[in-house]
Every structure is written in C-alpha cells, then in structure tokens.
Design a protein around this ligand. Structure first.
Ligand code: SAM
Ligand code: SF4
Length: 332
C-alpha cells in the first residue's frame, strides 16, 4: 500500500472529503430544487454502504483524508447512515466526522449518531419564522428542524453550526433575528452567499444577497469585529459579535472566493469524484470498484482526478457555465 496526497497543479492538498449519501431530499429549498423534486439517481447507481466505506477507507489510509463530512441531498434519509458513520470511525479513529443536514428526523437519530462516532453537525436553517420557512422550503416543518437542532446539541454533536442562505424578498432582512436566535441557544451561525447551483438555474448575480449586504444588515444591530484566529482553509470569515466570545461567519463563495485555500474533494452518491463544486468533469470510481479494481488502482484514479482541479470557480468569468448537476446531486 502506498500513501500519497491528493495534490493539484497549484499545490493545494485536499484532506477534507465531502461524501454525498443520496441525492434525495424531504425539503424543496427554492435555491436548491424545483417544487416537484428531481429525477433521482436509480438505486443501482447509488453506492452501497460497503462501497462508500471502502472508498472512505482508501481516502483515509492512502490519500491523506483527515475530515469526512456526510451530506446530500438529505443524508438523514439514507437508511444505513448510523452504520456508515460507525464504520467510518473504525476506519479513521482520528478523522473528524461531521454531517450537513436539514435536521428533519434528527431527534430520533442524534444520540445514535453521536454514539457511532459522529463529531458534529451543520444544520441548514434560513429563518425562524414558520411562514418564511414554508415559503423557502415548500414544507411546513420549522418545528421539526428546531427540535432536531436541540437534539443534536443535547447529544453533544457540537459546536452545532447553523448554515443560512439569505434570499431577496423572502428572508433578506432576517439576518439579525436569526443571529439573535442562534446566540441564545449556543449555535454558531454562518451565512452562505447563494451560488449558481440550483437545478432550475434561477440564480442571478443581480438579485443574490452579497457578503457585504449580509454584514451591513447584521451591523445595524450588532457590533462585529474580525476574529483574529487565522482562517486557514475554512471558507467562513468569522466576526466576533458584540466583543465575543460568540462569533458569526460569512461564506462569500461568490464575492469573496477562497479557492486558493481550498482543501476539499467531493464524492457523489453514485461514486464520482469531483475536485470542485463547480467542476464540469467527474471521475468515475464506482465503475472501477465494480470492475474489481484494487485499492491501489482506485487511489491512483483519485490522485489523477485531483490534478485537473481548476484554480478557481470562475463564476465571474463571462464563459462560466453552471455544472450539469445541481448542489443536491453533487453534495453541498
Ligand atoms: N440537505 C442538507 C442540508 O440542507 O443541509 C445537505 C445538503 S445541502 C445541498 C448543503 C448546503 O448547501 C445547505 O446548507 C444548503 O443551504 C446549501 N445550498 C444549497 N443550494 C445552495 C445554493 N444554490 N447556494 C448556496 N448554498 C446552497
Ligand atoms: Fe434538501 Fe438541503 Fe437542498 Fe434544502 S438545501 S432542498 S434540505 S438538499
């Protein structure tokens, strides 16, 4: 067995693996999916639990993966999730394991996930008003998300982070309210700029809420000062709220890109490696797995896939083309 790093032509090393466990979801966030959902991946193209764990094992043992984040679609709808987490913990006792989720059903699984070895969760929540929640997600489930967050906190899956997207005309003015709500509960809030990754191609530069706007909105009610800790490869710029120690983060993926420090690599639910959220090409590991490739051969394919990583996402480039797959199918 050889050990290598997932290094690209620009010297960036990927050590943070985002694993999508399904493209399916029980919400329909307007910036992510159309109301009717999408054509889901056929069952036989989705990696089995054994295949997922084998690929994670190759990443951890042979390719320097130090962080595994499960995502989707909605990872909590994947039946084998707790077992996949347990087996990931066995493969990588030192690996940081986290989950990005909409928290529906987390009340039932938070404790089991913590016992299986999950370290923490990121929960997506864009508003604490029931009517705005229903307008954004097209489902009336705010109470379940709030309960799921509390269950994660109680199960020790912290620090619990909350991810929020602000949308003009829906929740653009609710940033301070959401921050106050999170501060009161000890959750770390991070705002994410909306990206051109929705299946409906509804994103526009003109209507997106920028990091500058998000910060200006928060500063009307809070005193924000840049946190001094180095940002490293973390996408969020952190600000101390009212002198700290609490912080709020802003992820300016579009207007403040952090591609130069990116340490991420993605594995889709159907076993394709993507070296970037915005990549237009994927490398098929599922085919190699099912054709009987050895761990070394799969690792080699993975290394080659990373070399082609672009320097940046190029959203501002006039020739920019949105990837064929939406965020829910890539794994956010
Ligand atoms: N269903 C899970 C959830 O919502 O957390 C995991 C998958 S979701 C695709 C992962 C993250 O991507 C969520 O925080 C969501 O808000 C974010 N997201 C989805 N579409 C986005 C877009 N067009 N721009 C920015 N963030 C987006
Ligand atoms: Fe589902 Fe997450 Fe997309 Fe919302 S953002 S529709 S919860 S995958």
């Amino acid at each position: 067995m050889t050990t290598r790093l997932l290094e690209d032509r620009y010297g960036r090393v990927a050590s943070d693996l985002r694993v999508s466990l399904t493209d399916r979801c029980n919400l329909r966030c307007s910036y992510c999916m159309p109301p009717e959902g999408l054509d889901w991946l056929p069952d036989d193209s989705v990696l089995t639990d054994d295949e997922v764990v084998r690929l994670i094992g190759i990443g951890v043992r042979q390719l320097g993966i130090r962080e595994v984040r499960f995502t989707g679609g909605e990872p909590l709808v994947r039946r084998g999730l707790v077992d996949i987490v347990r087996r990931t913990r066995e493969v990588g006792p030192e690996v940081e394991i986290s989950l990005t989720t909409n928290a529906l059903g987390l009340t039932r699984t938070a404790r089991g996930l913590a016992e299986a070895g999950l370290d923490r969760v990121n929960v997506s929540l864009d508003t604490v008003r029931a009517e705005t929640f229903a307008a954004i997600t097209r489902r009336d489930r705010l109470g379940d998300v709030v309960d799921g967050l509390a269950a994660a906190h109680e199960a020790g899956l912290g620090p619990v982070k909350v991810n929020a997207v602000l949308l003009r005309g829906l929740n653009h003015d609710q940033g301070p309210e959401l921050l106050r709500w999170c501060l009161a509960r000890g959750y770390q809030l991070r705002f994410i700029e909306q990206m051109p990754l929705d299946a409906q191609h509804g994103w526009s530069r003109e209507t997106m809420i920028t990091a500058d706007e998000i910060l200006a909105g928060l500063e009307r009610e809070f005193d924000l000062a840049p946190a001094t800790e180095p940002r490293g490869s973390a996408p969020a710029e952190l600000f101390l709220v009212d002198g700290g120690p609490a912080t709020v983060g802003v992820i300016g993926s579009v207007t403040r890109p952090f591609c130069g420090d990116c340490d991420r690599v993605r594995l889709t639910a159907d076993g394709q490696v993507r070296n970037c959220l915005f990549a237009r090409e994927e490398s098929d590991l599922r085919g190699a797995l099912r054709a009987g490739a050895s761990d070394d051969e799969i690792a080699e394919r993975w290394v080659v896939a990373m070399r082609g990583k672009a320097a940046g996402h190029g959203i501002d480039d006039p020739t920019f083309l949105q990837p064929d797959r939406p965020m829910s199918a890539i794994g956010g």
